[in-house]
Design a protein around this ligand. Sequence first.
Ligand code: ATP
Ligand code: MG
Length: 456
Amino acid sequence: MLLKVLRQKDLFLLEINAMKFESPCTNQENQQSLRGLQQRFENLSDLCTLKSGYALNRGCPPFLVFEWFSLKKTEYSSQNQKKTLPLQLINDRYNNMGKIILTGDRPTGRLHLGHYVGSLRRRVELQNEGNYDKMFVFIADAQALTDNADNPEKVRQNIVEVALDYLSVGLDPEKVTIFIQSMIPELTELTFYYMNLVTVSRLQRNPTVKTEIQMRNFETSIPVGFFTYPISQAADITAFKATTVPVGEDQEPMLEQCREIVRRFNNIYGEVLVEPEIMLPTNQACLRLPGTDGNAKMSKSLGNCIYLSDPSKEMQAKIKSAYTDPEHLRIEDPGHVEGNVVFTYLDAFSTDDDFREFWPDYQNLDELKDHYRRGGLGDVKCKKFLMKVLDKQLEPIRQRRHEFEKDIPEVFNILKKGTDAAREVAAQTLHEVRQAMRINYFDDLSLIQQQAEKYQ
Ligand code: ATP
Ligand code: MG
């Protein structure tokens, strides 16, 4: 019987190949700790199966003994490692089990409704649920420069706009670390190392980059920085060992690319990086909110946005001219709700309460859609309802923005504090990365000694 014991905080974790143990302990306290530990190990279920465990009453603190860890992940068994997980690995994973949330936005303009439903709204919920260890939100200015190299002023001016949008939707700098990407040089360094792990053809296959290249009419004059921004995004995510990335659907290929880089890195250099998971909006309409012109995506670069900070009048004017159903010419004509941005926005924003409050003729959106499909319902009425729904959600955001606008130096102060804190975290990861890649020459005494011996 092989038995290794390691003390961790007030618990002992035991790695056991195959074993029988003394009778299970009935001590209530021990059993409670055991249950707690078992629950925590459930998080490891992608790595190993915990068949059963006993608490052994061998004084204080209790021993917690696990009968069997069998590997599920082939990546470990394929490396001819022991059938049980190396304890160190269990502990590393165990230590890293906390949820770390990271997400960001490019300072290419103020934030719009697409950002709100695609990501911002979820961030605020996550922040308020408090069910995470750390949460980072960043302003991706270096990424914005990849397609705005000749317009740094645009990026510079929008830093504060995005920060104001963050604060106005309710992100709380006490709970969330808000930082500026370019102020953390470790991210650039990490990007450079990752570039060796990705092929040009793999980047060319990234569907989001393909679409964005077309949108920007880059054709063959694609800036290298823009072409490789998914790699820099992987660096942003992994430098903070993020486990969870709440973003819109357009980011799915980026996350996939990031996971590939993590796997490649860990395979070659050892387990340092954490594979992140995407967290998509659960509401279909929010995955990729269309622009007011009916274009597939509301995007700052396409000029089809309703901004969170638009005054009510401006928002209303944009809704008035928004794309609906081109075949719905007269009120009595049957209409289409699919591809009709007014209905997509209602899908994303309206609630049954809104109907009670603003339009009690209908109980809910399904009833309204049915009427529109049947014919006899004009666009103007639907648009007016949408304006009320939007105003109800946007007004508190606008108000909060006005408050923060009164103290811009404080907004920069928040960014500076967040950036300093974030840099410490990224620096620690870079330390681990350099060590794993064996490029930590000056810290590595064995290297110096070995080289000295070679020349003696
Ligand atoms: P740009 O045109 O400069 O790329 P953008 O409007 O696409 O700007 P980003 O800063 O690239 O905005 O995106 C930030 C976040 O907002 C990402 O998580 C992205 O998925 C989400 N997002 C952006 N636009 C939408 C949208 N229309 N619907 C849902 N999510 C969106
Ligand atoms: Mg974008």
